[in-house]
Structure formats: C-alpha cells, structure tokens
Design a protein around this ligand. Structure first.
Ligand code: IMP
Ligand code: MG
Length: 191
C-alpha cells in the first residue's frame, strides 16, 4: 500500500528505526541467542513475550531460531490508556505453561523504567524456571533502564516516547512497521 494513503502516516514525526534496520537486527539477535543457547546445551526452551508490546518482535525473532521451543504468554499493564510514562507495572494475566525446571527467554518491546522486568523475572523464578534470560528490542537512554541487567538489547534509543513494531499509544500504532515518534497533534487526538 502506498504510504500516502495510510492515515497513520501523517501522525509520524520522525522515523527512528526503519523496518529494514529492525529486520537485520532481529536476525542478528536470533543468531546470537541460538548460539548462546546451543553453547550452553539448552535444547528445549520456553519463550515468553510480554503482551501486548512484544508480540510482533516475538513473531519475527522465533522464525529465525531453529531450536525446539514452546511459547508462553504473559500480559503486563504499565501504560494504562493514553499515558506517556509508566504508571507502575502489574501482571494482568499469564499462560506460561509449566515452566518448572525450564529455561526461559523473556521478551519485551522496550526497557524504560525497568519496572516490568523487575516484576516479571522474579515471578517466573517463583514459578520454578531454572534459568531466565531477558531480551528487549529497545532500551531507553535513561539511568533507570541502564541499571537493569538484561541479556540482549536490540537498539539503544533516546529517552523519547516511541510507537510502532508492537509499541503503542493508547493501544494504537502497534502495526506500524517502523519505530517512530508521533506528532503532538496525534498525541492530542488519541488522548
Ligand atoms: P518499564 O516497565 O518502565 O521498563 O516499561 C516497559 C513497558 O512500558 C514496555 O513494555 C512498554 O509497554 C511500555 N513503554 C515504555 N516506553 C514506551 C514508549 O516509548 N512507547 C510505548 N510504550 C512504552
Ligand atoms: Mg508492554
């Protein structure tokens, strides 16, 4: 579809990371994760995308990981409605399956305040996971994010509010293939 006819196009202020850069980086990350897993002799893992934001990232990543894996789901709410800063994370539902004694790869779209990972990693350990590795597509350049231990990072980005590739504003824009910032007008309109 021609972007000119895409009504979301006019809401984009700046493209931070293009779909082509994302695609290349996702393949690199999948390779690195697969290599690390095989090196450690882990041959059956559970991948858990944190919903809803990590859904698209997960779909792309696992198709470049030729290993035996299961998928578990976990939904966390941190940006209720039209907020631009996290309001504190909460696990709202989980279907991770039996992860007792299993090796888990936890995926999130973005590491911002770190509240989500600090909540979810211990929760998975509580459920008996033997090893939990963490992977985020984006990490914001702020001290709170840098202070959180994370195993794989796709891109470090400035401390700005971004949408696309799974990330939303008030649950919109997740389907944009690029990672972008929004115009002030779009932010006002979806409040
Ligand atoms: P944290 O718990 O503050 O690290 O934030 C993680 C969650 O907040 C992510 O899973 C996102 O859902 C959301 N989030 C953080 N920054 C942004 C952003 O710039 N755009 C959209 N969602 C964001
Ligand atoms: Mg999220």
């Amino acid at each position: 579809m021609n972007d000119y006819h895409n009504p979301m196009h006019r809401d984009i202020s700046r493209v931070l990371i293009s779909q082509y850069q994302i695609g290349a980086r996702v393949r690199e990350m999948a390779q690195q994760i697969t290599d690390d897993w095989q090196r450690d002799g882990d041959d059956d893992i559970t991948i858990i995308p944190i919903l809803t934001g990590a859904m698209i990232f997960c779909g792309d990543l696992i198709r470049h990981m030729p290993v035996q894996l299961k998928i578990g789901l976990l939904a966390v709410s941190s940006y209720p409605g039209a907020s631009l800063r996290t309001q504190g994370s909460q696990i709202v539902s989980q279907q991770v399956g039996d992860i007792h004694g299993r090796h888990v790869l936890l995926l999130d779209d973005i590491l911002d305040s770190g509240g989500t990972l600090k909540l979810v990693v211990p929760a998975l350990q509580e459920l008996g996971a033997e090893k939990v590795r963490t992977c985020v597509m984006l990490r914001k350049n702020r001290p709170e994010a840098k202070a959180v231990q994370v195993d794989y990072v796709g891109f470090d980005i400035p401390d700005e509010f971004v949408v696309g590739y799974g990330l939303d504003y008030n649950n919109y824009y997740r389907n944009l293939p690029d990672i972008v910032t929004l115009t002030g007008e779009a932010i006002e309109r979806h409040k």
